[in-house]
Design a protein around this ligand. Structure first.
Ligand code: ACO
Length: 447
């Protein structure tokens, strides 16, 4: 049987290991649906009808809790075991031995690069870091205190108008140019967005510095500025950890917008919008706010009690994950990184509250029974704050490295013959057909 085709059988289905037998109790008919890679195709359910004019069976899956929207070869997560791998390589090894740009090329190309391929990539990214002077004028139109994530979203989207050839999304060479541009320019746009919000003059990219070193100087340089190698490496590791995370909310937005054939700047602007939300990229900002509100270690038990008694309204930010039902492996690496960063910056006083929160939560059945463990955001905000980044920059610091994942997933989507424009179905529960009533004849509605 060709993959993805289903057959209806008159009697009980012959159970084979690669299929699922479904009996429709409304009609008594049995269907044999192929099982491929642990999934059935939702379209195979469409043939299951109560009557010939029935639309056919659909699945109802709000928030995509159990629906695979694509086949991917980029990132593997085992949420129960706490495993994360990019292209097969464990995140721990990449964080220890690699650089962000090497990991970016690995994620985009599928292979650890040769020296020549890496040098070529490095040269390309380094020489695309400048942005058109018009971008500065564009940014100056934002209010003096504009949130840098809003400015970033708008400027990334605006790049679409600077590179109209980017609309040729099915040309791999054109795509490659936009990938280089977006990865190279996003730190510049991010730093400009920050400096605008602070009323500071922009600092141009320095091509003699590393990707992260250059970003740090564009952010913080006022007069002489020396990049601290410990902080530079810490940022490198944080960028590696955030580079991709398979089909999360913002990546799904990237794929979804891109599926209409929109250019990557528009699709990435959509992804940045998704990342901006407090349940996604805004969570580490919320963690810091929460730690500040708690205020001291001795108030941790009372806060945990509030969380448990709130019926889900008060959340322990930086805890829990849709996929990880174990310690997020990224959180473990970040926790180790915090000690290193604090040797340079001094200890962040909120760390003690965070450690106490983690200790108490991980002894409490409320969190254990729901498999709520620290996620990537629990400690990252503490490091970013110690490094001098204001909380408004936290989602921006997430968006910079995630650009790699978004672009890799976008390209994979475009090259996947199974993909079409993303367009979910709905279960309509609204009013049936009714006739228009002129305004003066409509009944008065009670408030
Ligand atoms: N604190 C307290 N309770 C929680 C938390 C939390 N952080 N997260 C989930 N729960 C509880 C829910 O109230 C629910 O309890 P119930 O079964 O009694 O109703 C149960 O755990 C399941 O929670 P869901 O909301 O169904 O889990 P979901 O997978 O939809 O949510 C999410 C995942 C959004 C990450 C959630 O855990 C959360 O809000 N965490 C805090 C925000 C956060 O840290 N986000 C960053 C995620 S990582 C990232 O985006 C990079």
């Amino acid at each position: 049987m060709a993959p993805g085709t289903a057959t209806m059988t008159a009697g009980p289905a012959r159970a084979v290991r690669t299929s699922l037998s479904i009996t429709d109790n409304r009609t008594g008919r049995t269907y044999e649906i192929p099982v491929e890679d642990g999934t059935i195709r939702a379209m195979d359910l469409r043939q299951i009808k109560e009557s010939p004019d029935d639309f056919g069976l659909m699945t109802y899956d709000p928030a995509f809790m159990n629906t695979a929207s694509c086949r991917s070869r980029i990132t593997f997560i085992d949420g129960d075991k706490g495993i994360l791998r990019y292209r097969g390589y464990p995140i721990e090894q990449l964080a220890r031995h690699s650089s962000y740009l090497e990991v970016a090329l690995l994620i985009l190309s599928g292979q650890l690069p040769t020296r020549a391929a890496y040098d070529d990539w490095l040269f390309n990214v380094t020489h695309h870091t400048l942005v058109h002077e018009n971008i500065k004028e564009f940014i100056s139109g934002f209010r003096y205190d504009a949130h840098p994530m809003g400015t970033l979203l708008a400027t990334v989207g605006a790049l679409s108008t600077f590179y109209p050839e980017s609309k040729q999304v099915h040309d791999p060479l054109v795509r490659h140019h936009q990938v280089c541009r977006l990865i190279a320019k996003i730190p510049t746009l991010a730093a400009f967005a920050y400096r605008h919000s602070m009323g500071l003059p922009y600092v141009h990219p320095d091509n003699d510095l590393s990707y992260c070193g250059n970003f740090l100087q564009m952010m913080f340089k006022i007069g002489a500025y020396q990049v601290n190698p410990v902080l530079e490496r810490a940022l490198e590791v944080l960028f590696i950890l955030h580079a991709d995370h398979e089909q999360n909310c913002s990546t799904s937005a990237m794929r979804s917008v891109g599926s209409s054939g929109a250019d990557p700047y528009c699709a990435a602007a959509g992804a940045i919008g998704a990342l901006y939300g407090p349940l996604h990229g805004g969570a580490n900002e919320a963690v810091l706010r929460m730690l500040r509100e708690i205020g001291s270690k001795d108030r941790v038990p009372a806060f945990v009690k509030d969380v448990k008694e709130s019926g889900g309204e008060v959340r322990l930010m930086g805890f829990g994950h849709r996929v990880y039902k174990n310690y997020d492996p990224r959180a473990r690496i970040i926790k180790e990184m915090a000690d290193l960063v604090f040797t340079v910056t001094g200890r962040n006083p909120l760390l003690d509250i965070a450690l106490e929160l983690e200790r108490i939560a991980l002894e409490d059945d409320y969190f254990l029974s729901r498999k709520l463990y620290p996620n990537v955001d629990f400690y990252s905000g503490l490091i970013y704050q110690a490094m001098g980044f204001p909380v408004e920059m936290f989602p921006v610091l997430f968006a910079i490295p995630r650009m790699t994942g978004w672009l890799a997933q976008w390209e994979e989507m475009l090259e996947d013959a199974d993909q079409k424009i993303a367009r979910p179905r709905q279960v309509y529960l609204g009013a049936g057909a009714r006739d228009f009533v002129p305004m003066d004849r409509r009944p008065v509605q009670e408030k």
